[in-house]
Design a protein around this ligand. Structure first.
Ligand code: HEC
Length: 418
């Protein structure tokens, strides 16, 4: 179409109309991606302050991008611009910082268990001072700060976090960044990249700062006024269930996630460690583990003991040439698996009721898998036909080719529960 002064308004409304239809068709599919969690500690407390920073991609690649603060109830919730691999770092004074590789699912709230180990030696923690905000232009500033470390093994994480806009920035030595990020970083002055924000009107308390050394020690977290944000920890009040699924800590200060993968089937994994759990069997209060440690196979026999305020498993492990006592303390109950439901809420709920039969935009899906035929096409109800419909859409239902196989499987598992 040639746009002349006579028909411009037609073009304008045409474009507006297209935009509106586009919004109607696609906005339901867009749902914000989040990472969230509650930060508890290996000595059974909930932190009430601190910082979270996220690198895009692989853990320790130092491509810091997103971040936020920890609320006074220990929770955090940070919007992310995309799914896929992200590296998570969590910092709170008096605890060792927590790095974890994540695989983030787009369009849902990804809940992550975070357990901070106690910092047994806070005396060697790095220290921030003299934080300065420098106005470069009306719309740009940068930050300088001094970083010191008693045991001189600073790492590459010198972070400024904008808790209002959920962004994180890495500061580098004023003398230049080091190529080898595993090398010890110098003490002295650090400087941020240019930050595209107007300094005028900025509340410096919305900015927080965390630094870490190569032993994962981080000192106090400061705000932009140079004040420590530390708040006393709270007791962890969750009533623990007398069952294996959940987050546990061992007497070797390792954190484990035990989960139920199918009815009667359990699996377990160690965070940040090289112990592998091949199998878990439970007979009443007895728990048997098949384990592998550095390539060697072993076994453990534990007894589950549940009291009002403590749930533990204690017993012994046996590896070739090594055996000992093993004590697991439960820290947190398992989260109810909600992934399929979350993906449904993000992608399908705009058009389908999960709990009713009547039509919203498409047919209600309550009891879908208990019926012989699909409501629209009349095809038999089975996984293949439902999967095909989700991937290719229908007359008025859009295709969901962008969902991963396992996301579609999760939706189907959820549909079976309706
Ligand atoms: C924009 C609205 C819309 C969205 C979003 C949507 N659907 Fe539909 N769906 C429909 C409509 C309308 C129909 C009826 C058939 C048609 O017109 O395509 C339908 C039909 C269905 C059917 C019945 C198919 C049959 O063969 O009878 C199933 C199952 C279904 N949708 C599942 C889903 C799932 C799962 C999602 C999310 C991944 C989803 N739908 C997202 C609108 C939607």
């Amino acid at each position: 179409m040639i746009i002349t002064s006579k028909n411009w308004h037609r073009f304008f409304f045409f474009t507006l109309g297209i935009g509106f239809i586009w919004m109607l068709t696609f906005s339901w599919a867009w749902s914000q991606t989040y990472v969230s969690g509650k930060v508890i500690t290996s000595d059974g407390m909930v932190v009430a302050s601190g910082a979270v920073a996220l690198e895009k991609g692989e853990l320790h690649n130092n491509a810091f991008l997103s971040g936020g603060g920890i609320n006074t109830d220990g929770t955090f919730k940070i919007p992310l611009p995309s799914g896929g691999p992200w590296g998570l770092h969590v910092y709170s004074e008096k605890y060792i910082y927590f790095p974890l590789q994540l695989q983030i699912t787009e369009g849902i709230d990804n809940e992550i268990p975070v357990i901070l180990p106690v910092d047994g030696n806070p005396g060697d923690d790095p220290h921030i001072s003299n934080i300065r905000f420098l106005k470069m232009t009306d719309q740009v500033f940068r930050i300088n700060m001094q970083v010191d470390d008693p045991n001189n093994n600073l790492g590459p994480q010198m972070l400024a976090i904008d808790t209002k806009r959920f962004k994180s920035y890495r500061l580098v030595p004023k003398t230049g960044d080091l190529k080898d990020k595993k090398a010890d970083f110098p003490t002295g002055e650090y400087t941020s990249p240019f930050i595209p924000v107007a300094l005028n009107g900025e509340d410096l308390k919305d900015w927080i700062f965390a630094v870490a050394d190569h032993q994962c020690s981080n000192g106090a977290v400061y705000n932009g006024l140079g004040q420590s944000v530390f708040k006393p920890l709270l007791p962890h009040a969750e009533k623990l269930t007398c069952e294996i699924p959940g987050i546990w800590k061992s007497n070797f200060e390792k954190v484990y996630n035990f989960s139920q993968t199918a009815p009667g089937k359990l699996s377990g994994e160690q965070f940040e460690g090289n112990l592998i759990i091949d199998q878990i069997n439970q007979k009443a209060e007895k728990v048997f583990l098949d384990i592998r440690f550095k390539g060697e196979k072993g076994k453990a026999e534990l007894q589950m003991l549940c009291k009002e305020n403590s749930v533990v498993m204690k017993g012994t492990f046996n590896l070739p040439g090594r055996s000992g006592k093993w004590l697991f303390t439960k820290l947190k109950n398992a989260k109810v698996a909600k992934t399929g439901q979350n993906i449904f809420l993000a992608n399908c709920a705009a058009c389908h009721y999960p709990d009713r039969k009547d039509t919203k935009v498409g047919p209600g899906l309550v009891g879908l898998f208990t019926h012989p035929k699909l409501p629209d096409s009349g095809l038999p109800v089975n996984e293949n036909n439902v999967r095909e419909r989700i991937i290719n859409g229908g007359k008025k239902m859009p295709p969901f080719k962008h969902l991963k196989d396992e996301q579609i499987s999760a939706i189907i598992d959820y549909l079976k529960t309706l």
